[in-house]
Write a protein that binds this ligand. Structure first.
Ligand code: MF3
Ligand code: CO
Length: 275
């Protein structure tokens, strides 16, 4: 599962600047989708909006046609963890929705996911989503030259384990990204620190923790895409694309590049200078 070092795509600063353009398109469109989400809206509606926004910006979807995937977003509701296909069922009060979205600009990909509560928040769902989001940021903070892949994995897992006995998926994880959406290396969301590939300047990674309120075990439905929990427990998924730069991590799919989080945690990042 771990890529070899010579297969890793190393980007120049100018190429990171191009990935930033794609990342901001993803950030803008996800923000629009968050604002459009609500009771009575369908995930098919959200997919249509994402398609319109892509056209407006002259960007290309990363997901549409990927191994035959039929939509531009993945919209995973409740016990669906990831890769669910948009559909005409209206969202309901109490649903927990993850929207995963990727775009290509000038050949470079950005990939990001958010979790949204529909209607009135449910405290257990809010805590699950907040913890999963926080685990993503802990992982992003480890995206620094001199660390190893599993330093990210360990940081993600440590935050997820601080939750209410959440299920932590083992079959899915983060990935390298750049001229393709999914590239080496695979980035597990669990494991001891200090193992795997050396992180070096020029790598770009998508960090994407997934956690459930129950068991970590999942299965894929007959549509060959939708990943659901076997015990029916609800799940959260968050994702950002991060560049490993000379000056530290730069979160390409966050509007502020990660400036706020990194400043609060004493981590140096090019984000504040660039925004
Ligand atoms: N963006 C997802 C990931 O984070 C992959 C989506 S699968 C697709 O890795 F088929 F929808 F593209
Ligand atoms: Co991804």
């Amino acid at each position: 599962m771990f890529g070899r070092k010579n297969k890793i795509e190393i980007k120049t600063p100018a190429q990171f600047d191009k990935m930033r353009v794609a990342g901001l398109v993803v950030a803008d469109i996800l923000e629009r989708l968050r604002n459009e989400s609500g009771v009575g809206v369908t995930t098919a509606d959200l997919d249509r909006i994402a398609r319109e926004e892509l056209v407006k910006r002259g960007a290309t979807p990363s997901f549409l046609g990927y191994y035959g995937y039929p939509s531009v977003i993945c919209s995973s509701v409740n016990d669906e963890v990831v890769h669910a296909i948009p559909n005409p069922r209206p969202l309901q009060d109490g649903d927990i929705l993850s929207i995963d979205f990727g775009a290509i600009v000038d050949g470079w990909h950005g990939d990001s996911a958010i979790t949204i509560e529909i209607g009135a928040p449910v405290s257990a769902h809010t805590k699950l989503s907040d913890t999963t989001r926080e685990s993503m940021w802990a992982g992003l903070a480890q995206a620094q030259a001199g660390n190893k892949i599993s330093d990210i994995s360990h940081a993600v897992e440590a935050v997820l384990r601080s939750g209410d006995n959440y299920g932590v998926l083992e079959e899915y994880g983060g990935h390298g990204i750049g001229t393709k959406m999914h590239m080496d290396p695979f980035v597990p969301n669990f494991g001891a620190p200090g193992h795997g590939l050396d992180l070096v300047v020029g790598m770009a990674l998508a960090i994407e923790p997934m956690a459930t309120l129950g068991s970590r075990h999942v299965k894929t439905l007959a549509d060959d895409w939708t990943v659901v929990t076997v015990d029916g427990s609800y799940a959260s998924h968050w994702e950002h694309t991060v560049a490993i730069t000379e000056q530290g991590p730069w979160v390409l799919t966050a509007h502020d590049g990660g400036a706020e989080y990194f400043a609060a945690h004493g981590i140096s990042s090019p984000a504040s200078a660039k925004n």
